[in-house]
Design a protein around this ligand. Structure first.
Ligand SMILES: *Cc1c(COP(=O)(O)O)cnc(C)c1O
Length: 366
């Protein structure tokens, strides 16, 4: 296909083979003469798709049998309110770790349903690190974490061991690295970063946690209804689930999460090494908490930043502008981004520095 290097943060790059297969299914799915977009979600063919997608999620993340795998809609943002609606109402409080923009959004919604305790925050340092040691007040309904802070470029590598139920927003690093599902009571992720196209939200939840809900919630916000109806209480996001299935098959083919994690580590190391070496750039996140999915950095001044952006866009590199609240650059290295794209970016950064270093003495000598 094209030579575009897509470093976008989300919706993001999907494997080319997945896109080709997904495109075929729009006009003639499985040789049926029908489009995947016009079949009944109750048909045996689609039931097979949703079952297979669930099975792949279970296999790839080693999800234990006492956890439900659910497909919802409304993005990760709907989970910000659905979680407290189910688990905070009628309880004293829930605890939140404030690690960035999306954690803040989750906190805002939770406050509509009960008391929110912010156990710690890295706001004072522009969310450039993950707070390490914090304590929770007694009787917290759950602790909410954001495993990867997509905008700020930090990632949690050590999850707290606690008796409190842990709920985690894994939207931007799920399937990028191995996790121990049993460390969590509920995991959620909007699909459009490492899983598939926008439109589907994955929830993995411990059955006992779901069964602990005592308050009444509307059907479309009731996790148990999704569980009891195999995620088909109403019409599910058929196409998003189908493309996610293709993407998970691709991942399994690549050797699964363990294998892709090694590639992701290499990609991130290559880019961070260049940021640290290159005198034109500077990383934004604390070394120990640097995200492998979203690499944030800045240029040494505004002029340099503009020059590099122009150069990168000429080379077909898209999606590297930092989020408006952070500025600088953000380069996303999701599963489907080939290592060649990272190599291309790193060599562009090297060449750029060479040119700039040659230019500087001329300017300063007059
Ligand atoms: C993108 C993102 C969200 C928001 O997801 P939507 O599906 O757009 O609602 C929430 N949390 C994190 C960590 C994200 O990266």
């Amino acid at each position: 296909m094209s030579k575009v290097h897509n470093f976008g943060a989300g919706p993001c790059i999907l494997p080319e083979s997945v896109l080709i297969e997904a495109a075929k299914a729009v006009t003639n799915w499985n040789g049926s003469g029908l489009s995947i977009l016009e079949i009944s979600h109750r048909s045996p063919d689609f039931e097979a798709v949703i079952t297979k997608t669930q099975t792949l999620v279970r296999e790839l993340l080693n999800v234990p049998d006492n956890y439900a795998v659910l497909f919802l809609q409304g993005g990760a943002s709907t989970q910000f309110s659905m979680i407290p609606m189910n688990f905070l109402q009628g309880k004293r409080r829930a605890s939140y770790l404030d690690t960035g923009y999306f954690a803040q959004k989750a906190i805002k919604e939770a406050r509509l349903f009960g008391e929110v305790e912010i156990v710690d925050s890295s706001r004072n340092k522009n969310y450039s690190y993950i707070p390490q040691s914090y304590e929770m007040a007694h009787g917290s309904a759950y602790l909410h974490l954001t495993s990867n802070n997509t905008i700020e470029g930090t990632e949690i590598f050590n999850f707290p061991k606690t008796s409190v139920s842990v709920v985690c927003d894994m939207s931007s690093d799920i399937f990028s690295r191995t996790i121990n599902v049993q460390d969590f009571d509920l995991i959620y992720a909007g699909a459009q970063k490492n899983l598939g196209p926008a439109g589907m939200t994955l929830v993995i939840a411990k059955n006992a946690f779901l069964d602990s809900v005592k308050c009444s919630v509307p059907s479309m916000s009731d996790y148990r209804i999704y569980r009891d109806n195999k995620s088909m209480f109403n019409t599910p996001p058929v196409y998003s689930i189908y493309v996610a299935m293709l993407n998970l098959m691709w991942l399994k083919d690549k050797g699964g999460v363990e294998a892709i994690e090694q590639v992701n580590i290499r990609k991130a190391e290559m880019l961070y090494a260049e940021i640290d070496r290159n005198t034109m750039f500077e990383g934004l996140a604390h070394h120990d908490h640097r995200s492998r999915m979203n690499v944030t950095f800045k240029a040494r001044d505004v002029e340099t930043e503009k020059e590099f952006l122009t150069l990168a866009s000429k080379e077909g590199m898209v999606g590297i502008t930092g989020y408006r609240t952070v500025g600088g650059f953000r380069v996303s290295l999701y599963n489907a981004l080939p290592i060649e794209s990272v190599t291309a970016l790193v060599s562009l950064m090297r060449d750029f520095e060479k040119v700039k270093l040659r230019a500087v003495p001329l300017v300063s000598s007059n």
